[in-house]
Design a protein. Sequence first.
Length: 256
Amino acid sequence: MARIIAIANQKGGVGKTTTAISLSSSLAHFNRRVLLIDMDPQGNSSRGVGTDITLIAKSVYDVLTKDADINKIIRRTAMKNLDLLPANLKLASTESEMINRTNQPFFLLKNSLSNLKKEYDYMIIDCPPSLGLLNINALVASSSVLIPVQCEYFAMEAVAQILASISKIQSSYNPDLGIEGFLLTMYDPRTRLGTEITTQVRGLFKENTFLTQIPRNISLPEASARGIPVTLYRPTSSGSLAYLSLAKEVMDHEER
Ligand SMILES: Nc1ncnc2c1ncn2[C@@H]1O[C@H](COP(=O)(O)OP(=O)(O)OP(=O)(O)O)[C@@H](O)[C@H]1O
Ligand SMILES: [Mg+2]
């Protein structure tokens, strides 16, 4: 059965999308069959794997609001083993439509994933920077959550909030939801703040913090801007090597 990992943190700009794209492409690199699910109306994950979101007729929006066949909306990417369920701006207006169409609006993504015909080893969900219905759908559908923590001010406040939402979801809709791990992102060892946040997170969540830290590396934004995962764009950059190492840690959890 596929492991479904939500990349979530309601704080904006902490590296969720970069992690979703680069972890997906790294797992695909190691021959895992991966579906990247874009749940953010900004569509940055879709763009990051080379999809022009202005040209796609249907997206995850149609899956969540109209019962469209998910199998017809999933697209291949240029990378072997990596498929995409794309998002576009339409997704910004889904919430009321989702609530109006069912009395179980939290389960819409989970239910549609159960109709998948193709088999995947991993589904990686890129969540939006909010705690709304889209995020709840992602957490309800997932087996675990990976929480990127940017080595920046107010990082710990954001962590406390996401942990509170995770425990709400666990107690009401998805008791099996686990923590895949905390991931330190945009780490710069030259800044005192970088080292401080790292020490705090590792102190509080020792077992649950990935050994891999993602360094600040210009190849990551460059790769996103070109719509090519960093593992293809600059395979030997520090950013690419870090995400490949993260993928190995995630695959080590397969035995759990
Ligand atoms: N390790 C890194 N090194 C350098 N730049 C990075 C790194 N990780 C992310 N970035 C850049 O920082 C910005 C924010 O990253 P990203 O889009 O991944 O965050 P996000 O959490 O998905 O944001 P949002 O909350 O808006 O969805 C982007 O421009 C991205 O290219
Ligand atoms: Mg994002």
